[in-house]
Write a protein that binds this ligand. Structure first.
Ligand SMILES: [Zn+2]
Length: 476
C-alpha cells in the first residue's frame, strides 16, 4: 500500500530590465500607482508594442543556465481572456513556439542527485495588480502591466513537497547568479503555481490534477503542497476523486480553497500577435550570451572543492547563494585559511542568519571584520570561545573585532606565570578532583579546566591550560 505524489511547477519570474517588455515605461517596483503607464501598457487602440531586446537576452541567458535549447525561430502570441487586471483583454505570451525548450535542474537529495526536467521557458508580460479594499472596491494599478516575465514550466518530475522546495531554491539561486531577476517573492518577482495529483501505487488509480495558484513564499508553497497531498490521499481512500480545478492557498486558514474550474487551452484562443513580427534569433547572439555567462552554482561548488579543499557539503552550502559565496571568498583575502573561514561561516555566522531569518547581504558584518576576527583567534590573541562572543557583539553593534577586544579587555592569557597562579589556586580549592583524577576519573580534568577558564573570565589560553594542568597534577 502506498501513494505516489506527482508535482509539476510553473514559475513566473519578473526580469529586472530597466523598461517594460513592449514599451519604454520604467520597470520598477513600489512607485505610486499608475505612474509607470502608457497607451501600450493599457492597450489603447492604435498603440504599437516594440520588443525589449534586453528582456529577450535575459530569457536566453536563463535558458542557457537552465540547460534548455534556445529556439531561433519563435514568435509572440496573444492569449485571450478577460480579467480586470488585464485591461487589453489579452496577454502577450508564447504558445506553440516558446523561446526555450527542455532543460533541467539537478537537486541534491540525501541518497544522490535527482534531475528535474523542464518542459519549456517562454516569455510573457505581467498583468496589473488588484487590491481589494475593505469597503468592497477593487483598485487596479497598471504599473506592473507589461513587465517582462519568463514562465518556467517543469515536467511532473517531483514526488514530494521537499523536492519541489529544493528545486525552487536551486532555481532562485541560478536566476540570481545570472542576474536576470532579483527573485524577491515578497515583491512578486518570483511566483509559483503548483500542479499536483496522487497515484495509488497498488491500483494505479489517480486523482485529477489540481492547480494551486500564485504561491508567493517557499514556505507557503510547501505547506500548500502538503495540504493538497493529504487531501488527495484522503479522497482516494474513500474511493472518491478530486475535481480538476484551480485552488489558492489561504495563509490564515492554512488550507487550499477552490478558486475556479480549470480553463482548457481552447478557452484562451491563442493567436499570433499581429503587431509583432516573428522573432528570429541569431546563433551568434546566443553564443555571445553563453560565453559571457557568469560562473553558475554547480561550477562554483566544484571550484570551491578543488581550490579550497572543502567538503562537498560545505561547498554546496557556501555556493547556494551568490552573495554568500562572494562573502566567503572576500573573507579569505583577509585571513588566508579557507578551511577555517568555512568553519566560522558554516557555524556561527549561518546560525545567526538563520535565527534572524536574514541573508548575508542584509547584515552589517563585513568580510574584512570577520577576517580580522578569525586572524586574532588564529594568532592566539583571543581564544575560540571568546572569538564567538566577539562575533556576537560584532553582529549586535557592527563594531570591529579589535575595538571589542580592547574595550572589554579580552586579550587571551598566555603568560605561563599568570596561568600558573590561577591553576594552583583552583587545585588548592578542589582537593577531591585531584584525588578523582589520580583514580583515573577523566571527568575531573574537564571540571578543573572549566573552573580555571571561569576564574580567568574565559581568557585563559585553553591549550596552555590543558598542558600545564596535566603537568601540575602529575607533580602533586
Ligand atoms: Zn508603457
Amino acid at each position: 500500500m502506498g501513494y505516489k505524489t506527482i508535482i509539476g511547477l510553473e514559475i513566473h519570474t519578473e526580469l529586472m530590465t530597466k523598461t517594460k517588455m513592449f514599451c519604454s515605461c520604467a520597470n520598477s517596483f513600489g512607485n505610486e500607482a499608475n505612474t509607470n503607464c502608457c497607451p501600450v501598457c493599457v492597450g489603447l487602440p492604435g498603440a504599437l508594442p516594440v520588443i525589449n531586446e534586453t528582456a529577450i537576452e535575459y530569457a536566453i541567458k536563463a535558458g542557457i543556465a537552465l540547460n534548455s535549447n534556445i529556439i531561433t525561430n519563435t514568435r509572440m502570441d496573444r492569449k485571450n481572456y478577460f480579467y480586470s487586471d488585464l485591461v487589453k483583454g489579452y496577454q502577450i505570451s508564447q504558445d506553440d513556439l516558446p523561446l526555450c525548450e527542455g532543460g533541467f535542474i539537478e537537486i541534491e537529495l540525501g541518497d544522490g542527485t535527482k534531475k528535474v526536467n523542464l518542459q519549456r521557458i517562454h516569455i510573457e508580460e505581467d498583468t496589473g495588480k488588484q487590491t481589494h479594499t475593505t469597503e468592497g472596491d477593487t483598485l487596479i494599478d497598471y504599473n506592473r502591466s507589461g513587465v517582462p516575465l519568463i514562465e518556467i514550466v517543469t515536467k511532473p518530475d517531483m514526488n514530494t513537497p521537499e523536492e519541489a522546495r529544493l528545486f525552487l531554491e536551486k532555481l532562485r539561486a541560478t536566476l540570481k547568479y545570472i542576474e536576470v531577476s532579483d527573485c524577491k517573492m515578497e515583491e512578486g518577482s518570483l511566483r509559483c503555481d503548483v500542479n499536483i495529483n496522487v497515484v495509488d501505487s497498488e491500483t494505479g488509480e489517480k486523482t485529477n490534477i489540481t492547480e494551486i495558484k500564485n504561491l508567493n513564499s517557499f514556505r507557503g508553497a510547501v505547506k500548500a503542497m502538503e495540504f493538497e497531498e493529504k487531501r488527495h490521499i484522503a479522497l482516494l481512500k474513500e474511493g472518491k476523486n478530486t475535481v480538476r480545478e484551480t485552488r489558492r492557498w489561504d495563509e490564515v486558514k492554512n488550507e487550499t480553497i477552490t478558486m475556479r474550474q480549470k480553463l482548457g487551452v481552447a478557452d484562451y484562443r491563442f493567436a499570433a500577435d499581429g503587431d509583432l513580427a516573428p522573432l528570429v534569433i541569431d546563433n551568434k547572439w546566443i553564443e555571445d550570451i553563453r560565453s559571457n555567462l557568469p560562473e553558475l552554482p554547480h561550477d562554483k561548488k566544484e571550484r570551491f572543492i578543488d581550490e579550497y579543499n572543502l567538503e562537498p557539503y560545505d561547498a554546496g552550502v557556501l555556493t547556494a547563494s551568490k552573495d554568500l559565496a562572494a562573502f566567503y571568498e572576500e573573507t579569505i583575502k583577509y585571513v588566508n585559511d579557507p578551511k577555517l573561514v568555512s568553519n566560522w561561516i558554516m557555524g556561527d555566522v549561518l546560525r545567526r542568519l538563520k535565527d534572524e531569518e536574514v541573508e548575508i547581504e542584509d547584515v552589517s558584518l563585513t568580510p574584512k571584520a570577520l577576517g580580522q576576527l578569525i586572524s586574532i583567534v588564529k594568532d592566539g590573541k583571543i581564544n575560540n570561545n571568546t572569538g564567538k562572543k566577539v562575533l556576537k557583539e560584532m553582529f549586535d553593534t557592527g563594531k570591529d573585532p579589535e575595538t571589542i577586544v580592547k574595550e572589554q579587555g579580552l586579550i587571551q592569557i598566555s603568560d605561563e606565570g599568570e596561568l600558573k597562579g590561577i591553576i594552583e589556586k583552583i587545585l588548592d580549592e578542589n582537593e577531591q578532583s585531584i584525588i578523582d583524577f589520580k583514580n583515573g576519573k577523566d571527568r575531573a580534568l574537564g571540571f578543573l579546566v572549566g573552573q580555571i577558564m571561569k576564574a580567568s573570565r574565559g581568557k585563559a589560553n585553553p591549550q596552555l591550560v590543558n598542558k600545564m594542568l596535566t603537568d601540575m597534577l602529575n607533580e602533586r
